[in-house]
Design a protein around this ligand. Structure first.
Ligand SMILES: [Zn+2]
Length: 185
């Protein structure tokens, strides 16, 4: 059974992408925060191998934890590409713990990296919504905006120059050099 006491340093809360798990107390780097648990599925048993949901946690080629059970609060932990926690996978014990890899402050969302396979299958197609990726996207958008502004300013300068040149040519054509002479005087 999981320990769900008032001493737990986390709570389920609203995150940007739905629900998430948030620290309610300072959690020191290296601390085991919560166990990711559920029925153990054996891939050699067809009925168990057929189970499909997004809370499956593969321990190894044979064993998988079905974390979709309600009491498994660790299932609320969202993915991050720059997480503050990690999954400590113990295939022999068939257990997974989520452990802090940074000091986590109250109010911080707890995240771990779901790994390349999950990322490729579920996150890449829709675009990862983790804070790190959002920040990257924001930066790229800002850079694109600056670049567009630069291009626009350059185009405007060019247009102005071209306009001035055309005007000057016309003037020269009409005035036939007299204007220059007058300007010099
Ligand atoms: Zn990401």
């Amino acid at each position: 059974m999981p320990v769900i006491s008032s001493n737990k340093p986390y709570r389920v809360g609203r995150s940007k992408t739905g629900l998430g798990l948030f620290a309610t107390k300072p959690i020191k780097k290296g601390t085991r925060i919560i166990r990711y648990f559920g029925p153990i599925l054996d891939s050699r048993i067809p009925e168990q191998d057929d189970i499909e949901n997004k809370y499956l946690f593969e321990l190894n080629g044979r064993w998988t934890i079905d974390g979709s059970v309600r009491k498994n609060l660790a299932r609320y932990i969202n993915h991050s590409c720059r997480p503050n926690a990690e999954s400590d996978v113990r295939p022999r014990e068939r257990k997974v713990y989520i452990r802090a890899i940074k000091n986590i402050e109250p109010g911080d969302e707890i995240n771990y990296d779901y790994g390349t396979d999950y990322f490729k299958a579920y996150l890449k197609p829709i675009g990862c919504k983790c804070a790190s990726c959002e920040k990257k996207r924001k930066k790229l958008r800002a850079e694109a905006r600056t670049e567009r502004a630069k291009v626009k300013a350059r185009a405007e300068r060019k247009a102005k120059k071209a306009g001035a040149k055309n005007g000057a040519k016309k003037l020269n054509g009409h005035a036939n050099g007299k204007a220059n002479g007058r300007a010099r005087a």
